[in-house]
Write a protein that binds this ligand. Structure first.
Ligand SMILES: [Zn+2]
Length: 531
């Protein structure tokens, strides 16, 4: 598919020529030179300079997003992969030191101190942090890291199984987990688990190579361990290791017992001894699985209706995105797993990617990504790219709030009884998610504070955390699947330490939901102001 059709014109460029080929370094270099030479002497000249810098940054960001989107929509098209790889191998490594040069220049300019502080404090802090962390010798290492991440995505994107007479992606297999037929659930779950295990060595190997690269970057930057480095890189200015550990402890104390009680109730209702990993999705009362839609078109239509009921202005969003080819929703072979929202930074428009197969989870995923998109649209008039993106701890408040606010209107897809059932299930999933977030986060704390660990030690650490935060389901006979369970969590590979953000954001989203239920107008107004 082509990304973006008949888009409204992008915001006018300042220094980037309209016909520039953004995949050609010889056309980009003079623009960096131009920015280098500017040396603004006053605060207002500096603001103009920041806008020029921003112009080039937005153009390159959009180019990178477009190539990334094309690759994830067509993991089986070598041309898309080549274009993406060209960008990360030929353009980004050359651009990175040039951005860095601009940041260093910024930090050294006396006029920087005269910039109005309320407006520029956050940007200033971020630029200075990057200046302090940057090491030119890390640039090629980051490039290697990105290539390994592509390898991970290719490996997991190519995983399929033949089940029920057809080749299916592992995402497509999810719909078998909520079937009433237990032996069928079991064989579906077992088949997926063994398919993942087939590539376990390659996955561990990719991860070990990533660890080495990250270790070296840490040493180059002069940080104690990768955790300290990653916390600074992720701009965690307002919380640290101690707060993460408090989060783990709170989840262990309050949420884990609740999760286990819910599972015990499920086990009793299902009359099972013991509860097994393939029994966690099926409706405990034996009702057939919820099937909110069949085609992506119905999904878009239903979610549009839900969004307009949350707020009339949110409703027009999805129709707009579909009309402009800014959605790729259906799961198919040759498409990367997962879901995300990317931004075309010059047009200041979102693109939504997901793998819908007809499940309730797809409804909440689309509401989630729509929440990010509403956020992007609310920030559209902000001229500075840096300020159009919130930190992830807050960005996910936008998306997770939309999931919860939207759940009040599930009647669009279901009759009242089913809608209630979907809501109960989602609250139960919130509870499970908090436990999973604690597991994934604590696991990464262990990984990066135990350099040089062996694969078996890593598995043991994962098992230990499963005992601490996991449920009561019994993995007998599937011990290998359990101890390699983290392989399926792509963040651990692609975005180290990026996970507790979901926990922080979920707590925020639950508060937004509560506020809107108490007073809809005031709650929504506060939510939009926050965006
Ligand atoms: Zn999100």
């Amino acid at each position: 598919m082509t990304i973006g059709k008949n888009l409204p014109p992008p915001f006018p460029r300042r220094i980037v020529p309209n016909k520039a080929d953004l995949g050609d370094w010889s056309q980009l270099e003079p623009l960096f030179d131009l920015l280098d030479r500017a040396a603004p002497a006053t605060a207002s000249a500096m603001e103009e300079w920041l806008l020029d810098w921003n112009d080039l940054a937005a153009a390159l960001a959009e180019e990178g997003s477009r190539r990334y989107v094309a690759m994830t929509c067509h993991t089986d098209d070598p041309a898309c992969e080549k274009r993406f790889l060209h960008f990360i191998e030929e353009i980004e490594p050359r651009a990175k030191p040039r951005w860095q040069k601009l940041r260093t220049q910024y930090a050294a300019l006396p006029a920087g101190r005269d910039l109005p502080r309320p407006r520029y404090f956050v940007l200033d802090r971020s630029i200075r942090n990057e200046v302090e962390l940057f090491r030119p010798e890390n640039v090629p290492l980051e490039k290697e890291e990105e290539k390994l991440c592509v390898e991970y995505q290719k490996l997991t994107g190519a995983m399929t199984v033949t089940f029920d007479g057809k080749e299916r992606t592992l995402q497509q297999m999810a719909k078998y987990y909520d079937l009433i037929d237990r032996p069928l659930r079991r064989s579906a779950w077992g088949l997926v688990a063994s398919r993942r295990l087939q590539d376990r060595q390659q996955l561990d190997d990719i991860f070990d190579r990533l660890l080495k690269l990250r270790q070296t970057q840490t040493q180059n930057a002069g940080c104690d361990d990768y955790r300290a480095y990653a916390f600074r890189r992720n701009e965690r200015f307002d919380y640290g290791v101690k707060e993460c550990e408090q989060f783990h402890a709170a989840v262990e104390k309050v949420v884990v017992p609740l999760h286990r009680r819910i599972q015990a109730r499920r086990k009793k209702t299902l009359d099972l001894q013991p509860l097994r990993p393939w029994d966690l999705s099926v409706d405990p009362q034996g009702r057939p699985p919820l099937r909110p839609f069949q085609k992506a078109g119905q999904l878009v239509k239903g979610c549009t209706e839900i969004l307009s009921r949350v707020h009339p202005e949110f409703g027009s969003l999805l129709a707009f995105l579909r009309q402009h080819s800014l959605l790729d929703l259906e799961s198919r072979k040759g498409k990367a797993p997962g879901g995300y929202q990317a931004v075309l930074s010059e047009h200041r428009l979102p693109f939504i990617f997901m793998n819908a197969v007809g499940l309730q989870g797809d409804v909440s995923t689309l509401l989630h990504e729509a929440g990010h998109s509403v956020h992007s649209m609310e920030c559209r008039q902000e001229p500075l790219l840096w300020y159009r993106q919130a930190g992830p701890e807050f960005a996910e408040v936008a998306s997770m709030s939309m999931e919860h606010l939207g759940s009040d209107f599930y009647e669009v897809f279901y009759h009242a009884e089913e809608a209630k059932r979907a809501r109960v299930k989602e609250v139960e999933e919130d509870i499970w998610l908090l436990c999973w977030i604690a597991t994934v986060d604590a696991f990464q704390h262990w990984i990066y504070t135990h350099p040089g660990h062996r694969v078996e030690e890593r598995q043991a650490a994962w098992l230990e955390l499963h005992r601490r935060f996991g449920g009561i389901e019994d993995y007998s006979g599937y011990e290998d699947a359990l101890k390699n369970g983290w392989h399926r969590q792509l963040h651990i590979f692609l975005y180290p330490f990026y996970y507790i953000e979901y926990g922080i954001a979920l707590l925020g989203a639950l508060q937004v939901w509560q506020a809107v239920q108490k007073d809809k107008a005031a709650g929504l107004a506060a939510f939009r102001r926050g965006l």
